[in-house]
Write a protein that binds this ligand. Structure first.
Ligand SMILES: C[S@@+](CC[C@H](N)C(=O)[O-])C[C@H]1O[C@@H](n2cnc3c(N)ncnc32)[C@H](O)[C@@H]1O
Length: 383
């Protein structure tokens, strides 16, 4: 798995299109609210005094850089003064990805935000930090274990004939007679504690406190999931070209951190965590701007390129959070979906307004938009 993912030609060694058109997509590539909610949580930690104004905000294994960029964008919206005091860091071992992330940050924030890269946590030294990681623990290499024996890969076939006491001990501890045993969690936890005096670490992954005693290892290729032990799998062809992952045993992550002296706070479902951190409040904030806006009107406030803007906004549309329509000026306008209402578009100034005093319910129909064209009061005055 180490060679498959991190070898010279390994899957993560070069920039991959993780996202809808890639092999798989993570929560980070699908919704901006994920980063937004974490931003809100970071601000609460500053307000409570756990994080200093000059704390380090560090993402580990950032890939595109979308997650940290989303966090930064929402910090800018909610508490702009923190942007100049917080220190933003990404831990990324591959030069190619570091370069990609640097470019993405430049494109999104220009010189307003500076990003520091380190290849490993062991290079970072700071006093106070918030660490975030999305789907990294399922990308740590693992050993495969089956009834007392550890596997050795031979010509892409697993031969279970190795005696490995460390793996057997972990298997026993996590009640597995077969399955994956992750390698590297202990060292990673120690590196994090050595890098910082006081920190909070939030991480999201697929898995369970006690993952099932079975093999969950699988390959993702073009959104198809192929179990690693599927009889028709073509491992040689997929090697290094597709993502490989497995369910995380969170008890193993927790034990690794507790052994390193870190207090475990809680494990909860991602949606529950997002609600607890205030995703609903965030929607409330966005709701306040309930006049439909187009990209050109907000681009100066969001310092985001057009492609990124549309990537995020179309997801909100898909999720039914935003309503969008094309106006006379051929621009697309967006607003938070509240009660159905019509829009007035002025044919002279192209201004768009919400018209809420017209009943537009049509029993048995689903209405997307009602657009009224005409001349607005200000243009009528100046005619
Ligand atoms: C499934 S991808 C997730 C990428 C990104 N976080 C996202 O959500 O789109 C796993 C990432 O974890 C990174 N990773 C795995 N182990 C790591 C470690 N020990 N230190 C830093 N990054 C690591 C990999 O290089 C890869 O970029």
């Amino acid at each position: 798995m180490t060679d498959w993912l991190y070898g010279e030609d390994g899957y993560y060694a070069t920039y991959k299109n993780i996202g809808k058109s890639g092999d798989f997509y993570t929560a980070v590539s699908t919704s901006k609210f994920f980063g937004g909610t974490v931003a809100k949580h970071i601000i609460s930690l500053v307000d409570e005094g756990f994080l200093q104004q000059n704390a380090t905000i560090c993402e580990i294994g950032a890939h595109h850089g979308y997650f940290l960029a989303d966090v930064i964008e929402f910090i800018y919206t909610l508490r702009p003064e923190l942007l100049s005091t917080l220190d933003f860091v990404v831990i990324e071992r591959f030069d190619d990805l570091q370069e990609h992330q640097t470019n993405y940050f430049k494109e999104s924030f220009g010189d307003v935000v500076s990003l520091t890269h380190y290849k490993s946590l062991s290079e970072l030294k700071c006093e106070n930090a918030f660490f975030i990681a999305n789907e990294i623990f399922d990308a740590f290499p693992c050993e495969l274990y089956f009834k007392g024996k550890t596997a050795r890969m031979n010509e892409h076939e697993a031969e279970f004939d190795v005696d490995n006491d460390w793996v057997s001990e972990k298997a026993k501890k996590y009640h597995k007679d077969r399955g994956e045993i992750a390698i590297g969690y202990e060292e990673f936890a120690r590196e994090m504690t050595d890098s910082c005096d006081k920190f909070e670490f939030m991480t999201f992954d697929y898995g369970e406190m006690q993952a099932r005693p079975d093999f969950s290892i699988r390959v993702y290729a073009k959104h198809e999931v192929i179990p690693f032990f599927d009889e028709n799998i073509k491992r040689k062809e997929l090697f290094g070209k597709s993502d490989i992952t497995y369910d995380v045993t969170f008890a193993h992550v927790k034990d690794a951190y507790e052994e390193a002296g870190v207090e475990f706070v809680e494990l909860k479902a991602q949606m529950v965590a997002l609600v607890d951190m205030g995703i609903l409040d965030l929607l409330e904030i966005l709701k306040e701007a309930d006049r439909p806006l187009c990209y050109e009107e907000i681009k100066n406030d969001i310092s985001m390129d057009k492609a990124t803007f549309y990537r995020n906004i179309s997801k909100f549309e898909d999720e039914g959070i935003l309503n969008a329509f094309e106006s006379n000026d051929k621009k697309r306008y967006f607003e938070v979906k509240l009660t159905p209402h019509a829009h007035f578009v002025c044919v002279k100034c192209n201004g768009v307004e919400c018209i809420k005093n017209i009943d537009i319910t049509l029993p048995t129909y689903e209405i997307n938009n009602v657009i009224i064209n005409g001349t607005c009061p200000s243009c009528l005055v100046t005619v």
